[in-house]
Design a protein around this ligand. Sequence first.
Ligand SMILES: *Cc1c(COP(=O)(O)O)cnc(C)c1O
Length: 426
Amino acid sequence: MIEDKEIYNSIQSEARRQKEGLELIASENYVSSDVLEALGSILTNKYSEGMVNKRYYGGNQFIDEIETTAVNRAKQIFGVDHVNVQPYSGSPANLAVYFALLNPGDKVMGLNLYFGGHLTHGWKVNITGKYFNSVQYETGRDGLLDYDMLEKQVKEEKPKLLFCGATAYPRLYDYKRLVEIAHSVDAYFVADIAHECGLIAAKVIPSPVGFADVITTTTHKTLRGPRGGMIMCNGNPSEPLRPLVEGADPRRNLPTLIDRAVFPGLQGGPHNNTTAAIAVALGEAMKPEFVEYANQILKNAKKLSEKLMEYDFNLISGGTDNHLMLVDLANKNITGKQAEETLEKVGITVNKNTIPFDERKPWDPSGIRIGTPALTTRGMKEKEMEIVAQFIDRALKNPSDDNLEKIRLEVKEFTKDFPIPGIDNI
Ligand SMILES: *Cc1c(COP(=O)(O)O)cnc(C)c1O
């Protein structure tokens, strides 16, 4: 028990909130007790600037073992020959890729935030939109990526780097088409799989490996590890390129460019406790149970989306192929912010989200985003998704204090059978 009462009490309150509520934020999950234990370990005491066997401080023999295990597991799972597990999170991982491959002012293309893209793909208030010449692409009216339109835009703009990946795109990517488009203008093609990483690890949706020049990801979303990031690429495994080969095809130098961008380009010492927790999460992701988990995420998302559509919720693109759905609330006469606040009162956590061609602003947009990874970790299946859809519909239909209080108690009761690792005893 933490002696500091102020922080202890807040942690207990947060644990209770997590336990008694339904977590539907698509980017969140619950890590295992083993991941928690590695994350809370004494590894945080150690400085390890540099790479395995090339550290700037002594005493790193065990840290090297841990980082090597993390890297090797990631290589095996994703089928890549180079992985850097040091990025502090998804955003620094992306920034390291910019630093590795571009000069300030170079042109980069990414999906517009309103259409599901991430801030770090060139949104104007982000460093990637200020220090680089960012051009954004959009989806079609139907919410789906329009590859013909994208190809035309890429050929006109001739970016040096094309990002794909999103925080709120409910469908799959045609990676083959995307790399053809990027390479037609000699641009790097970077796939940011922050959201889908666990689904790709479990091979329940297609992987960009073999198509993307570089793959970036977080480790804390569907992969169910600690908050962290990874960068993966295929260099030329038979010729480990260190130092850089001057004049070589830059794609062969990718591993070195990326490692140098992470350190000393962008970061100092890696968070070794996080590295160990990533290794543990990757170990878990190699087990058959994880494939089952990933499949169940998809089944739950399908079921929840079908039920919501039965309740006349309007799903962008008409459904989902992955772990999340995006709901346009215009026909319900409420905004995303209102829906988020109403659902919060019954213990259901979702996030307000812009929808394609949204006429409202990101702080009060027209939609909400809903995902199933966290509830699936708690052991919920299709049957429970039907009940969750019902809670959502009932709350938004009648947001009177009495009704919301009634539903809140039902939600709390409902969650009792679905434990969260590490918070069983509250
Ligand atoms: C979540 C996410 C990130 C950023 O991850 P952080 O860990 O929050 O920095 C980057 N790209 C995409 C597509 C994401 O969904």
